[in-house]
Design a protein around this ligand. Structure first.
Ligand SMILES: NC(=O)c1ccc[n+]([C@@H]2O[C@H](COP(=O)([O-])OP(=O)(O)OC[C@H]3O[C@@H](n4cnc5c(N)ncnc54)[C@H](O)[C@@H]3O)[C@@H](O)[C@H]2O)c1
Length: 276
C-alpha cells in the first residue's frame, strides 16, 4: 500500500525474528519507510539485529534507552543517516529483573524495580524529551509505545511490569499533551495481546495467559504481525488526530467478561462433581 512512502523513523527494540519491533521494521520498509534500528550494545553484539539491518539496507545505532546521552546520539545519527527529520518512533522496549528472577510482588528487590521502571517506562519519557529538545520530529509525526492490559487489571505473574506499563501509558498521555500542543506530534500506546517473544516468555504463565486470552477474545489473540500492522497505521497520515490514547490490539479481550468457550470449559470441569 506504500502507506509510509517518504517517511523516516527509528525502531527501538528488535532483538530476534519474534520481536514485535523486528516485524514492524520489516513491514515499515515494505510500506515505503526509511528506518534505522536501535538496541542495547549487548543486544547488538549477542542478538541478530545486525542481520536485520543488512536485510533492510540500514544501520543499527547501539544505545541504552535509559541513558539520555545515548539517546541524543541515536536521534542525531538517525537524522544524519536518513538525511532529515523523523516522522515516527517505535518504543518496543521492556524488561523487569524482578520478573526474570521470579521475585514475587510482595518481595520485590527495589534496585531491580527502579531498573524495571527506568527501562520499561522512563525511557519513553527520555526518548521524547531528547527528540523534542533536538526538534528531531516533523509536524504530525507519530510516537508509539507498547503496553499490556496488566496496566489496568491484575494478571498474576506480571509483577512490577504492571506498574511500569501504568507509568508508560501515563507518560504517553502527559507527553502527548505537551508534544501535541507544541509540535503537533502524536503519542499513543498499543496494548497488545500476549505474544511469544523473548520479553513475553519472561512472564510466568505466558502460555496459560495466551491460551486464556485466545479463548476469551472473539477474534482470537493479535499476533506480533497484527501489532506491527496497527503500529504502521498510527505512523501513517491516516491517523493524524489520534493522540494520548491507549489503543487495544487484542481481538476484543479488553471488553470481555466471560466467553462461551471458557464458560463451557468450566462447566465441563464441574460436571464430574455434579454427577457424584
Ligand atoms: N510479548 C508480549 O506478550 C507483549 C504483550 C504486550 C506488550 N509487549 C511489549 O512489547 C514490547 C516489545 O517486546 P517484545 O515482546 O517484542 O519482546 P523482545 O524481547 O523481542 O523486545 C524487548 C526489547 O527491549 C530491549 N531492551 C531491553 N532493555 C533495553 C534498554 N535498556 N535499552 C534499549 N533496549 C532495551 C531488548 O533488547 C529487546 O530488544 C515491550 O514493551 C513489551 O513489554 C509485549
Amino acid at each position: 500500500m506504500k502507506l509510509l512512502e517518504g517517511k523516516k523513523g527509528i525502531i527501538f527494540g528488535a532483538l530476534d525474528e519474534q520481536s514485535i519491533a523486528w516485524i514492524t521494521a520489516i513491514r515499515a520498509v515494505e510500506e515505503g519507510a526509511e528506518i534505522v534500528l536501535s538496541n542495547t550494545a549487548m543486544a547488538v553484539r549477542m542478538g541478530k539485529v545486525t542481520e536485520l539491518a543488512k536485510q533492510l539496507n540500514t544501520e543499527v545505532i547501539p544505545a541504552d534507552a535509559t541513558d539520555v546521552k545515548d539517546l541524543e546520539k541515536v536521534f542525531e545519527k538517525a537524522q544524519e543517516i536518513l538525511g532529515g527529520k523523523l516522522d515516527f518512533v517505535l518504543h518496543s522496549i521492556g524488561m523487569s529483573p524482578n520478573v526474570r528472577k521470579g521475585k514475587p510482588y510482595d518481595d520485590l528487590n527495589y534496585t531491580f524495580m527502579n531498573q524495571t521502571l527506568d527501562i520499561s517506562a522512563l525511557s519513553f519519557h527520555k526518548m521524547m524529551h531528547v527528540a523534542k529538545k533536538m526538534d528531531a520530529i516533523n509536524e504530525w509525526g507519530s510516537i508509539v509505545g507498547l503496553t499490556y492490559i496488566a496496566a489496568q487489571r491484575i494478571y498474576a505473574g506480571y509483577d512490577d511490569m504492571a506498574d511500569a506499563k501504568s507509568l508508560l501509558e501515563s507518560i504517553a498521555r502527559s507527553f502527548g499533551y505537551v508534544y501535541g500542543r507544541d509540535k503537533n506530534v502524536r503519542v499513543n500506546t498499543i496494548s497488545q495481546s500476549p505474544t511469544v517473544t523473548k520479553a513475553g516468555s519472561g512472564v510466568k504463565g505466558l502460555t496459560q495467559l495466551a491460551d486464556f486470552a485466545a479463548k476469551m477474545s472473539p477474534l482470537g489473540n493479535a499476533s506480533a504481525e497484527d501489532c506491527a500492522n496497527y503500529a504502521l497505521t498510527l505512523f501513517s497520515d491516516l491517523t493524524r488526530k489520534i493522540t494520548m490514547q491507549n489503543l487495544f490490539n487484542d481481538g476484543g479481550f479488553s471488553s470481555m467478561g466471560m466467553s462461551d468457550i471458557v464458560s463451557d470449559e468450566i462447566l465441563a470441569e464441574m460436571k464430574p462433581e455434579t454427577d457424584n
